[in-house]
Design a protein around this ligand. Sequence first.
Ligand SMILES: *Cc1c(COP(=O)(O)O)cnc(C)c1O
Length: 463
Amino acid sequence: MNAPRITIPGIDRLLKHEAAQALLAAYGHTVLVDALRASVAGYRDALLAGAPAVDNAEQFILDEADAALAATQASTLVNVFNLTGTVLHTNLGRALLADDAIAAMSAVAAGASNLEYDLATAQRGHRDAHVETWLARVTGAEAATAVNNCAAAVMLILNTFAPRKEVIVARGELVEIGGAFRIPDVMTTAGAKLREVGTTNRVHLRDYADAITPRTAMLMKIHPSNYRIEGFTASVPEADLAALAHEHGLPLAVDLGSGTLLDFAAFGLPHEPTVQETLAQGADLVAFSGDKLLGGPQAGIIVGKRELIAKIRKNPMTRALRLDKIIIAALAATLRLYGDADRAREKIPTLRLLTRAEADIAALAARVLPAVREAVSGIADVAVQACASQIGSGALPVDLLPSCALVLSPKAPLGVEALAAHFRALPRPVIGRIHQGALWLDLRCLEDEAGFMSQLQRLAAGA
Ligand SMILES: *Cc1c(COP(=O)(O)O)cnc(C)c1O
């Protein structure tokens, strides 16, 4: 007896299939044909290897192509649940944007705009205008500019005012922020010479005064960000440094790093120097990040004296570091929310999450506990425990915020790494923190409760 004839559908025939039409519309002819060829080849190889023929080969091949296309065309950049307990997590994208900022980004992305066009005079405008007015209003600065990030802002300040000249910095402030941002290296790259003063733990005004020579271009103070020196320490207040710098006709620049526009102490959080305070103490230029405590998009903001900002704008490097219109729209919309502190705290996710009440987080933990317990009953025990969140991104590194976590202890033979991997494999990956053999899900940053709950079923199914 002859074996039944097996037909392998041709590409033209597959393209005419009803199910191909949606794929054609979604991916285009070239991409779809390539995927179909690969699926046909895969099917043929399987048959040759002895696999049984399927009933509806056309449908089967189209389904295979559909799945392959969905996998390859899916974005590699996806949203996750940040339950690490670090609110501003650099690896997880730092600040979440306010709804107003998101709306402003889509609006400006969709049409032509007056990005560099003065509507009143029909003359060329400057893109800084869209953020400068609000930065000046909120911080009291004479002028402002914004570039790609705070690292770029610091680089730009050094390159504008101190090429081949010396910048005086306290030894205790020669920080590494993470990645490749180390103050001594940034100085070199910007073409400036670092003049270190003081010791690791102590620096005095006379150390700065003794170091000033005709080669000095500026004094600089850098927020130590991710570490704190405690014990027998001394640093020089900005006001004294500013007075010394001005006596010698030099500018004082301050890299605040996080830089907040609101008094965190008013929210019951530890005090972090504000941009306003730093300017009021006499700093001539202050640099800070857009996506740290400010709660906006990635940007580096420089505020300060008008003539200094004007000089920065003339540096050709500014062009290479400038902000895109979409970021400008988001930054401006975020800044507008700072007109009112309560409104900012409510509408800017970073501020909302940092000031979230412990009781609110505990109530959330109690609400989600039964469903989580049920979903992971085969693989882990779950308890609610008090924990401590971190601000992140170098802001107040030592201060912790009381919070509440779901603590998942894996049931043998499952290990905690495998348990964490189950959560990362969800459609919207859940990222927690492994601590003492358990997976901790700090709920401070969980706002989309429904989205979180809707995925739990999959954990049960996959376990
Ligand atoms: C975070 C930080 C920077 C770098 O800011 P980015 O916006 O990430 O480039 C620079 N200086 C200090 C003191 C910082 O804390």
